[in-house]
Design a protein around this ligand. Structure first.
Ligand SMILES: [Ca+2]
Length: 274
């Protein structure tokens, strides 16, 4: 019985396209990449390194609604193919499948990857969180905005050629905007964070906790090993803002000296947590 089972499993594996797919695969783009109609896409196909170079002499992409077809002969891997997404293609998810073959040999296929088309008309920007929150002055957190078309589908802005989202705040004394949706707390209080793209703007309230106690970096009302852990993560860095709560020695650096000062501020012996 067991032998029979093995034979069946072996037959399944041997006839499975997954075996052939192991010989070649699509390295980029990755599965789930958001794309736009009219966008030029570069597809990188890799082959199993155990195969000799030029093992395949026919490499191409299977025709799909996304790809009109086309074949390219290359003698080195990675094989790089390109195509332009048709301008009139509607939103949806479309497969990309690569194939390779050798004259007189059989054709092998990659596993498919799927690209998602979302419309380029951006109707709304939204922050990806209900509210911004910082536990101490000097902390940086990422609050990128997301863009949506008028049907509520997400539009990818990450490598948009039409320009990047610009970030700002209502009060630089509370928080400042850094690159790519990162913000840094500069003082305690509340303010607004903004993300702008063309004539659209998203806004979100942000709070920077007031420090009730020097060294209480996570704003939980105690100085303990949790605060030590936070400080430890930033050892030997230079704070972005003045009065950074981690720069306890006030010398403009976050280093072992601050760690030593912090341990003297602990609420309980040995910085134990409650
Ligand atoms: Ca604390």
């Amino acid at each position: 019985m067991r032998i029979l089972l093995r034979v069946i499993v072996w037959c399944l594996i041997a006839s499975s396209p997954a075996l052939a797919a192991n010989q070649i695969w699509i390295e980029t783009p990755t599965d789930g990449t958001l794309v736009q109609p009219g966008q030029a896409i570069k597809v990188v196909i890799q082959q199993d390194k155990k195969l000799a170079p030029a093992f395949f002499n026919r490499i191409g992409l299977m025709p799909t609604p996304l790809i009109a077809g086309g074949e390219k002969v290359e003698d080195v891997d990675p094989y790089i193919l390109s195509f332009v997404i048709p301008k009139d293609l509607g939103p949806g998810t479309y497969p990309v499948i690569g194939y390779a073959g050798k004259d007189g040999g059989k054709i092998v296929q990659t596993d498919p990857i799927f690209l998602t088309i979302s419309f380029g008309q951006i109707a709304e920007l939204r922050f990806d969180a209900p509210r911004g929150y910082f536990e101490y002055v000097g902390e940086s957190r990422s609050y990128p905005v997301k863009a949506f078309d008028k049907e509520g589908r997400q539009v990818d802005l990450s490598n948009d050629e039409r320009g990047a989202v610009e970030y700002s705040t209502s009060a630089p004394k509370i928080a400042i905007a850094e690159k790519g949706g990162a913000f840094t707390a500069t003082g305690s209080g509340e303010a607004w964070m903004y993300g702008s793209y063309k004539n659209l703007q998203a806004s979100m309230k942000v709070s920077v906790m007031e420090q009730s106690m020097r060294g209480d970096l996570n704003a939980d009302g105690a100085v303990d090993s949790r605060d030590v852990e936070i400080l430890r993560k930033y050892l030997n860095t230079v704070p972005r803002v003045k009065k950074d709560a981690r720069d306890l020695s006030g010398d403009g650096k976050i280093d072992a000296l601050d760690l030593r000062v912090l341990t003297t501020l602990c609420t309980r012996p040995r910085c134990a947590t409650q």
